[in-house]
Design a protein around this ligand. Structure first.
Ligand code: GLN
Length: 483
């Protein structure tokens, strides 16, 4: 049962082939068995999960709750009342928030059972899930390799069938990249589609919460649950909630009349591994066979996305992380001599190396004398990148691009931070533009999963899901998992 899709598990629960408690027990047993090798969770809550499952079973199946009885997990960057929320950092090791994030509230209202909090790079800074203060996550296809990051734990959990779906966050690729490296589906929604209330902020103008699942259809269901207006996030879109599962009642099974744009700057990148490139070409061929019109396009400012992103994200992080001062939240140093030392030592002891690097970089680019040269320039370049996307999407329905230039690499093999930032070459620009991106599995290279991303105009998630479903169904990469 645990290897089925969310949609199939939902049908089994509705038909009472299995109870919520039985399904939860099966997932917990699998977590117990696989966790020592995978490191997908920072904290698991078996007793609370079983208690909730029991309560749901007692009340009986409710068809108005779209995730009734479904075991899920949530990245540890999302606040959960009654569950620790660490953001992968020592500074919050023992922090339990007094409230839950909007997206978590939505999952609970829909009847989902949250089994635990997923491992992640500290404060979502990283591309491998090795920057967690607690343990590195491992790729379920080869545990010597990284899972991707920062939402590595969520991707591992979904790809290894520990749960049916998960929530992650994407500031510069953190949903799409681990989904691709672990072989599952991941959606970064349009900025504003999902409320960030209760998300521990990294780069507030870039952060977006989104789902991981094993099929596009399951991803659509998760998005339907977590999207919607929330007045507690001033950037939350006032749009009505949409039911994206309607797209799958009569799914479109060809791509006639669809123009798919290929940004040539991505495909010509010399960072691309040749086997990964081959898999991407085959996917483009498949889209052609399905009737799509393929159009090469140029987005000349994409080359500046790494520079622009790492300036803006670090600047915002340095400001957001100022709240962790040893006074109001989390870790406080023992016996400081004075107030200055209390701040300095609490932060020095609580934050890991990469987080400290970003705070330093961010503070530097925002300081008087450097602001105009770095931060302001990066913000201007961001606008040009966004304009490139807007004009490309005027000519094309969607864009198709790689997610990661290479498949999951060996843990510990990339230690230079700049080299690590280069790995994000294909994902960062989308967050700068605020647009939605759906990562889908497209096959294997070097015995590891390869993903591609479909990129759309703002609030065009329905189109991405429709095309993503059509492509994955034809490629046979739906519900691809390792057990
Ligand atoms: N790897 C990128 C970073 O470290 C993106 C991470 C993310 O999307 N949270 O900033």
């Amino acid at each position: 049962m645990i290897t089925r899709t969310l949609t199939e598990a939902k049908q089994a629960l509705a038909k009472k082939e299995i109870s919520a408690a039985e399904l939860t027990k099966a997932c917990l047993a699998h977590i117990n068995e696989t966790e020592p090798k995978l490191g997908a969770f920072i904290n698991v809550y078996p007793d609370e999960a079983l208690q909730r499952a029991k309560e749901l079973d007692e009340k009986g199946y409710n068809e108005n709750m779209p995730l009734w009885g479904i075991p899920v997990s949530v990245k540890d960057a999302l606040a959960t009342k009654n569950m620790k929320t660490t953001a992968g950092s020592k500074i919050l090791e023992n922090f339990t928030p007094p409230y839950s994030a909007f997206a978590v509230e939505q999952l609970e209202k829909a009847g989902a059972i949250i089994l635990g909090k997923n491992n992640m790079d500290e404060f979502a800074m990283g591309s491998t899930c090795e920057n967690s203060a607690f343990k590195a996550g491992s790729n379920p296809w080869n545990t010597d390799c990284v899972a991707g990051g920062s939402s590595g734990g969520s991707a591992i959990s979904v790809a290894s069938c520990q749960i049916f779906a998960s929530l992650g966050t994407d500031t510069g690729g953190s949903i799409r990249q681990p989904a691709s490296l672990c072989g599952c589906v991941g959606l970064k929604p349009t900025y504003g589609r999902v409320s960030r209330y209760g998300l521990l902020a990294y780069g507030s103008s870039l952060d977006q919460i989104g789902p991981f699942a094993r099929t596009v259809e399951d991803t659509a269901l998760m998005l339907s649950v977590i999207a919607g207006h929330d007045e507690r996030d001033s950037t939350s879109s006032p749009r009505e909630k949409e039911d994206f599962t309607r797209l799958f009642q009569n799914p479109k099974m060809d791509l006639h009349n669809i123009t798919v744009g290929l940004p040539k700057e991505f495909f010509q990148s010399n960072a691309m591994d040749s086997e990964v490139a081959k898999r991407c070409e085959q996917t483009i061929e498949e889209a052609k066979k399905l009737g799509a019109v393929i159009k090469e396009i140029s987005m000349p400012h994409l080359v500046y996305s790494i520079a622009s992103y790492y300036i803006i994200a670090s600047a915002e992080a340095s400001s957001n992380l100022a709240r962790y001062d040893g006074i109001r939240y989390g870790h406080r140093t023992n016996q400081p001599q004075d107030l200055d030392e209390l701040y300095t030592m609490s932060r020095t002891e609580g934050f890991g190396e990469e987080v400290q690097r970003r705070i330093l970089l961010g503070t530097y680019v925002l300081s008087a004398g450097y602001y105009d040269a770095y931060y302001k320039k990066a913000a201007q370049v961001r606008r040009l990148i966004r304009d490139d996307y807007v004009s490309a999407l005027k000519e094309c329905d969607v864009l198709l691009a790689p997610v990661s230039p290479i498949v999951a690499w060996k843990k510990g093999s990339v230690t230079d931070p700049l080299q690590m930032y280069q790995m994000d070459i294909f994902t960062l620009s989308l967050n700068l533009a605020g647009l939605p991106g759906l990562a889908i599995p497209v096959g294997m290279a070097h015995n590891m999963p390869v993903g591609m991303q479909l990129i759309g105009s703002a609030f065009d998630e329905a189109k991405l899901l429709t095309i993503g479903h059509c492509l994955t169904s034809h490629l046979g990469t739906t519900n691809q998992h390792t057990f």
